[in-house]
Design a binder for this molecule. Structure first.
Ligand SMILES: Nc1ncnc2c1ncn2[C@@H]1O[C@H](COP(=O)(O)OP(=O)(O)OP(=O)(O)O)[C@@H](O)[C@H]1O
Length: 451
């Protein structure tokens, strides 16, 4: 689908103008061969942005947050943005950050046509060069269009820009490591190193030296002095996954580092000044760990200057087709297999499944399905479903599940449009709404269009 978009983008010189632009300039763009679509900020959708190669976006201090939300949600499309600003608006650091993060270029108003034409031509050329694979992989590889996911991305980009410690909270497989990478990519440290370490996987006797380094002779086998992860991440970011598993001793050293910005290598005495940003993640409730006295409260408060929670997959099920498509393409390419599609039953089942392993589980099931499927369709059995998820429930439960599956499936297929979804499963609108209420389903979560 994106390959088609790419072709469309390369061919037609289509432009989206969001906000006011003087009519003579708009007319000039049309005369120069541009297909121009004018919209207000609140009218723009992700789908609309995918139709254009260039977007002219009027940015003001007043709507900078809304503009950021839009640009974030469109970050998986080809469109190249040019911000239009009043000179004074550049005084606002939020506006500067937005231009820096998302825009190909900016023009200060009033902008003469002669100045604008080369800028939009250049942006169009760059949009045409865009690699579909990159576009698909979204922001730092984080794919998703569900409003809850976009709100999370927005929070993440906001904290990313500030040089503070971040605590990411999310269930296993929700993408915490990708999120940490995104925080790094958003920050002024983006070109400096990013390291990731899982605190739970460090051998207890090696934790100190792995994190803080060691001097020569610090312990048997320490033949040379060695930098630890924190030192290696100097100037950049260190991601500490499963921070709740950090040993009590390492917690003390980490606290000192966060308070003073210095470390002492194991076996050493010299304080080394290190400028590494810490992004930590946990899937456990650290407040409970504090109550259980397995995690230091003072360290917790140092780590969670900003806390961001990642929504589990079951709370953003409308992203399932997008993610599944991405993983089908990824593994078909990796294993040299033809791309396959999900059967209707598989999609239906996946829309009711609670996904305890989140996106990682989805990825693994798709990978398994691609390998196991005999035809060109992935069935539930190919993906390892079919045992406990189905078959063993009493008739009533089966019926309820079937009903819910049809509702979810029709909403997913029709982008949350209840009229179309009701027609798809052959019930009246009134019945459809009654069934939605019965199963506690909100059609909102299937609407990709944020506006
Ligand atoms: N939004 C997403 N878009 C695309 N891929 C994703 C997304 N979220 C997670 N993934 C993929 O799911 C897998 C798990 O992601 P990741 O390792 O970042 O999760 P995690 O929350 O750190 O897991 P754990 O808590 O088990 O360490 C990875 O292969 C990652 O690429």
């Amino acid at each position: 689908m994106l390959k088609e978009t790419s072709a469309r983008v390369c061919g037609a010189r289509s432009m989206l103008i969001i906000g006011e632009l003087v009519p003579s300039v708009t007319d000039g763009l049309v005369q120069a061969g541009w297909q121009v679509l004018r919209k207000k900020l609140e009218e723009v959708s992700v789908a609309l942005c995918q139709q254009a190669s260039v977007g002219l976006l009027r940015v003001t201090s007043v709507d900078v947050v809304e503009c950021r939300r839009l640009l974030l949600s469109c970050s998986t499309s080809h469109i190249r943005w040019i911000a239009l600003l009043d000179g004074a608006e550049l005084e606002d650091s939020r506006v500067r950050a937005l231009v820096n993060d998302f825009c190909f270029d900016y023009c200060v108003l009033p902008v003469p046509l002669a100045h604008l034409l080369p800028a939009v031509g250049h942006a169009h050329g760059m949009a045409g060069l865009c690699c579909p694979e990159r576009v698909r992989s979204g922001v730092s590889g984080l794919l998703g269009e569900h409003p809850a996911f976009l709100a999370f991305l927005e929070d993440l980009s906001r904290v990313g820009m500030m040089n503070v410690s971040v605590l990411l909270h999310g269930e296993t497989g929700t993408g915490k490591e990708l999120a940490a990478r995104f925080v790094h990519d958003c920050s002024a440290r983006a070109k400096a190193p990013f390291f990731s370490v899982n605190c739970g996987s460090l051998a207890p006797n090696l934790v100190q030296s792995e994190l803080f380094g060691n001097e020569k002779g610090a312990f048997t086998g320490a033949h040379d002095k060695r930098a630890g992860y924190i030192e290696a991440a100097d100037g950049g970011t260190l991601f500490l996954d499963e921070i709740g598993d950090m040993s009590a001793e390492a917690q003390v050293s980490m606290l000192r580092f966060l308070q003073e910005g210095t470390i002492i290598r194991l076996g050493g005495s010299k304080h080394l000044k290190i400028d590494a940003r810490i992004v930590a993640a946990t899937h456990v409730d650290l407040a409970q760990s504090i109550r259980d006295r397995t995690f230091r409260e003072d360290l917790y408060h140092r780590l969670r200057v900003c806390q961001v929670c990642i929504p589990p997959l079951r709370e953003r099920l409308s992203d399932l087709p997008l993610l599944a498509g991405h993983f089908i393409e990824k593994y078909a390419c990796k294993f040299g297999l033809p791309e396959k599609r999900l059967s209707k039953e598989a999609l239906g089942l996946m829309l009711t499944y609670p996904w305890p392993g989140n996106v990682r589980e989805l990825e693994n099931r798709i990978c398994q399905g691609l390998i196991m499927a005999r035809g060109c369709v992935l069935t539930p059995a190919d993906m390892g479903f079919g045992g406990a998820e189905q078959g063993s429930s009493p008739l009533q439960v089966q019926r309820g599940t079937g009903e819910k599956t049809s509702l979810l499936q029709s909403l997913a297929i029709n982008g949350g449009d209840c009229n179309l979804a009701a027609r798809e499963i052959g019930v009246s609108r009134a019945t459809f709404y009654r069934l939605l209420a019965k199963h506690g389903i909100s059609p909102r979560q299937f609407r990709k269009d944020l506006s």
